[in-house]
Design a protein around this ligand. Sequence first.
Ligand SMILES: [Zn+2]
Length: 66
Amino acid sequence: MRKFLPTFHKIPNNATTIDLRNLAEQNLVEEEELGIFAQAQSVLNWHISHQHCACCGAKTHAVFVG
Ligand SMILES: [Zn+2]
């Protein structure tokens, strides 16, 4: 099985962060795109909170972007 290898880009020094709620409230992206951002945040949160397999304790890896 091929593993997804993420590409990380350098974040510009002048970059700022914004949470999804403010992103939506400030109409910074199209409404149809909010679900994509929410799904991406959900996957990232899952990977942050589930770094080991619940069955065997092995380290988990993102596969096929999920
Ligand atoms: Zn396991």
